[in-house]
Design a protein around this ligand. Structure first.
Ligand code: PMV
Length: 325
């Protein structure tokens, strides 16, 4: 009746940006990510017949009734044939206050812990499909290493889940997570996507280009070609932000610090360092690099006044169970 699971965040190298079904969380196109070492969410779920409503705590604090968390719990209850309420305790091991996304690790950990606590033994595609219904990107955090989300085409979403492309130890690929100082409240990714699909004149082109980027990225991963991977990931990220900026009203995730880091990454690249940038729906910058350049790059980026912190990560593990009883 109770289980604890841990899952890691992931960085999309070819981004998921746009849904074709808002309710089931089905994407317009495929995406590929790298699961990130050290950026973990740990979640306990305990089904308890004495509870009258779900009791959900994030970082020790009780939160009202978060719609998406309850939505996932309802799906698990329906699958397990129970209406028992649950206690959920979730902790992030990384600075969410700084605006670092946590929905992928959070919903992958929740999907694994809740399904196990309900007596379901979901693995692979089935677990990925469940995590997807909490947050799209979470369906990729079910696996470690390099992961592809197959968009599927069926209206019920049964063919929309992730598959592993290459394991965690396939490639020693350092990722620096550069946290920039920023005050502005961001537009949630779901809203940014909706506006992009509905109003951005660039959206159809983005969707077509995603297919090309996926092919190139699969090749880069198979051949461990950092130049190709970095180029595809950086161009894909820039395009995603261009699509969002062209929406009505425009969605702008960057802060002055974002541009400062992008400028520095380009300058260091001209000096011969391996460095490629990617940004999700926020101002922070992920920098992909090689082992021999990582320390120099970290020092250069941490020295920028607009940067508050640099976290060092790399390929991380699959979602895993810590205990169940
Ligand atoms: O899973 P969501 O709804 O938080 O959306 C994630 C969107 C991006 O991080 C920008 C891209 C991605 O593929 O993870």
């Amino acid at each position: 009746m109770r289980a604890t699971a841990v899952a890691n965040a992931n960085l999309a190298l070819v981004k998921y940006w746009g849904k074709r079904d808002e309710g089931l969380i089905l994407p317009q196109h495929g995406s590929i990510s790298l699961t990130l070492e050290g950026l973990e969410t740990r979640t306990l779920v305990a089904f308890d017949p004495s509870l009258e409503e779900d009791d959900i705590r994030l970082g020790g604090r009780r939160v009202g009734s978060p719609r998406r968390v309850q939505g996932l719990l309802h799906i698990v209850r329906a699958m397990a044939g129970t209406d028992c309420r649950a206690r959920v305790e979730s902790e992030n091991g990384f600075p969410t206050a700084a605006g670092l996304a946590s929905s992928a690790s959070a919903f992958a950990a929740l999907a694994l812990a809740a399904s196990r606590a309900a007596g379901l033994e979901l693995e692979g595609a089935a677990l990925s499909r469940l995590a997807r219904q909490g947050s799209g990107s979470a369906c990729r955090s079910v696996y470690g290493g390099f992961v592809e989300w197959l968009p599927g085409s069926l209206p019920d979403g049964s063919d929309s889940f992730s598959v592993p492309l290459a394991p965690q130890d396939h490639w020693d690929l350092p990722v620096l997570i550069v946290l920039v100082r920023s005050g502005a409240k961001e537009v949630p990714s779901s809203e940014g996507m909706r506006r992009s699909v509905e109003t951005s004149p660039f959206y159809p082109v983005w969707r077509q280009q995603a297919e090309k980027d996926l092919n190139l990225l699969r090749q880069a991963i198979a051949e461990r070609d950092l130049h190709l991977l970095g180029r595809v990931a950086e161009e894909n990220a820039m395009r995603m932000h261009a699509v969002a900026m062209a929406a009505s009203p425009p969605v702008l995730y960057w802060s002055p610090g974002t541009l400062r880091v992008l400028e520095k990454v380009r300058a260091l690249r001209r000096e011969g360092l391996h460095a490629y940038a990617s940004m999700d729906a926020g101002p922070h910058v992920h920098v992909l690099t090689s082992r021999d350049c990582a320390a120099a790059l970290e020092a250069e980026l941490a020295a920028l006044p607009e940067v508050s912190e640099v976290l060092v990560s790399g390929p991380g593990p699959a979602a895993r169970l810590l205990g169940a009883e």
